[in-house]
Write a protein that binds this ligand. Sequence first.
Ligand SMILES: [Zn+2]
Length: 61
Amino acid sequence: MADLVPVTCPSCFEEIEVAAPSLDETPCEVDYDCEVCCRPMVIRFYEWDGEITGDAAGLGE
Ligand SMILES: [Zn+2]
């Protein structure tokens, strides 16, 4: 069962929910296209206090 992690899109600043990888796969980076504006971003997933957190960055930043 995948957890959904809220991530703020760096292009349109809408909050979307992304299926997180399992805890033992973090930290990792995943390419993702925003569901709202369809622009690409890179989401970095990492463990924080026992839960998976995601930070999104636009490409080229
Ligand atoms: Zn967006």
